[in-house]
Design a protein around this ligand. Sequence first.
Ligand SMILES: *Cc1c(COP(=O)(O)O)cnc(C)c1O
Length: 402
Amino acid sequence: MTTDSNSFPDPGLRTRLLRAGRNPAYTGGSAVNPPLVRASTVTFDNTQHQREMRAARGHDRVFSYGARGTPTTFALEDAVSELEGAYRTRLLPTGLAAIGMTLLSYLQPGDHVLLTDSAYQPVRHLSQQFLQPYGIEYSFFAADGSDLQAKLRPNTRMVYAECPGSLVYEMCDLPALAAVAHAHGALVVADNTWGSGCQYRPLALGADVSVMAATKYLSGHSDVMMGTVATTRAAWEALAARCDAFGMTVSPDDAWLVLRGMRSLAARLQMHEAHALQVAHWLQSQAAVRTVFCPALASHPGHALWLRDCQGTNGLLSIELLPGTSSAAVDRFIDGLQLFGLGASWGGYESLVTAAHMDQARSVTDWSARGPVVRLHIGLEDPSDLIADLAQALENLRPVES
Ligand SMILES: *Cc1c(COP(=O)(O)O)cnc(C)c1O
């Protein structure tokens, strides 16, 4: 509201305290990073302005209420759209929330979704917890996409891929998969957390929607949770409408941190890749290690597709130990590592290790005959230190003399 200062008495101190310093004026240059804007209430110049903004926010990005985003979350949305080659992006509180919101935005009771066998494991739990009770059918297709055509049902409305896949990095031919799905009238969603926009770009390869756990490489410092959903123009409205209906937003402080993390994303990934390859080649020469999983290795089944579709690899490596290695020996190996934190979420600057239970993580591929799998995240430490640490911990795999 505008006030006529001539007819309005000077406000008292309590009132002035509430009004002072809210729009600081200054001369000088600009900060490199955008300002952090926190908001719930947004005020307007007058009733007409408020009406116009309310009318516009259904289709345009308008700063109208904290739940609809703030200039800080808009800045991160724009950066992610640039990274993903997307029309626009929505931010969600976690990567898993981004996946859940994506399923919720494009599927209805009576629909069927085909999920990749290599999906991030909690997606299986989410499907059981939410899809099934809400009358949405789901089933799994092979991680390489080879059985996709045969598994389509008349009501298949979505094909959900993750490439490279969780834990052992299976590759699928996303353009071919998208052609099959689109011919059937199904939407293609890809979990792009592995590629993080730098190493893989699903939207350019035919996906309609790309989801990332920004918790991982985008934030890059293991101290913030965030998910992103980036879409083509055609897929945008359904997602935006659902996110608005559910009041989905993220803290501007978290958005600011992720945006800061993204400035060094490409540089960090380059270093993660170089270190991981050095460690991978060393691991390949170890007798206790049967397989090293990394799509950048020529021995990986998805290597040709990786060469064609990816711009690089990241810090993730998994190893299959010799079949018959006891779970006690695997524990001794993991517990013996000094420089690797024991933890599941990756993408920070530090090295991590965790056991991967492939029998629980796959339903199409049978892993029962294979050795135990351990996942490593190779961080920015000196790779020769990491190799020395792995060398001493691998000694723990030898049977204990009694
Ligand atoms: C970690 C991860 C997620 C989930 O992200 P959160 O932020 O931990 O919820 C989703 N997909 C993949 C591939 C992941 O690795």
